[in-house]
Design a protein around this ligand. Structure first.
Ligand SMILES: [Fe+2]
Ligand SMILES: [Fe+2]
Length: 252
């Protein structure tokens, strides 16, 4: 076929500036409604690792109030009945007014053991002493600030957030609980790394458009570092989650 004979049809639509702006406005509005709807929809992700115990992983709750999402998470966890609840940080943020919703929500999270690390927004809220006391005394959480604990024979290490994102080498542990997935290159020999912070970024057609980490969402097999799972989390600062519904992760 001679390419010069191929005709490409181009349809030119003449529309007024007002119509154009109206179309753009409608598209932006639809995207905003869709992004808002994703702040209410929770997907449960299951990882099968034969750990011999059931872990529930929450992260990025950014608690501002106790609402329908928090109620739904409690119902899901009641059904799952995990042995351990892990929180990967960004429990609150700078827009959290009081810690009453934290008490209501986190004291109702039911599991024999509950551990948490702190995220960047927990630190930036300047309420760490108050938050730590509430988590420990009223909600039954143990904070892991670069500490290790043994859980059913597994060594669990919790990594505290660093603003410079320069983390120390992490050796000789089985499970790493971190806020920042950028911890991963520093981990040696672990079986599982759990992280959040990205809120799943913005991913369109499998292409990452926006992310604040080299790891954006989901499962990453890592050489000699086991696997990294980056959760999209269960909350946000502003009520928009484009392309990124909420996520509760269950690991067994
Ligand atoms: Fe967050
Ligand atoms: Fe964060």
């Amino acid at each position: 076929m001679n390419l010069s004979t191929v005709k490409v049809g181009v349809v030119r639509l003449k529309i007024s500036r007002r119509t154009f702006l109206s179309i753009v406005g409608s598209a932006v509005g639809a995207a905003a409604v869709y992004s808002w709807a994703e702040t209410l929809r929770i997907e449960v992700t299951r990882l099968k690792l034969d750990l011999g115990l059931k872990l529930a992983f929450l992260v990025d709750t950014h608690i501002h109030f106790f609402g329908p999402v928090e109620e739904q998470v409690l119902k899901l966890l009641y059904r799952e009945d995990p042995d351990v609840i892990l929180h990967g940080g960004d429990i609150i943020d700078e827009y959290t007014r009081g810690l009453e919703p934290v008490k209501e929500y986190f004291s109702a999270l039911d599991a024999p053991k509950k551990y948490a690390v702190l995220g960047n927004h927990d630190h930036w809220s300047n309420r760490i002493p108050e938050l730590s006391a509430v988590l420990r005394r009223e909600c039954g959480f143990q904070l892991l600030l670069n500490d290790v604990v043994e859980v059913s024979g597994w060594r669990l290490f919790g990594v505290d957030w660093r603003d410079d994102r320069e983390y120390p080498l992490i050796n000789d542990v089985d499970i790493v609980l971190a806020h920042d997935p950028n911890v991963s290159p520093q981990v040696r020999g672990a079986r599982l790394i759990l992280a959040g912070h990205t809120h799943g970024g913005v991913v369109v057609g499998g292409i990452t458009v926006i992310s604040n980490s080299i790891y954006t969402r989901g499962l990453y097999p890592l050489e000699d570092r086991g696997i990294l799972y980056v959760s999209r989390g269960l909350g946000q600062i502003l009520p928009f989650r484009p392309t990124s519904p909420l996520e509760l992760v269950i690991i067994e």
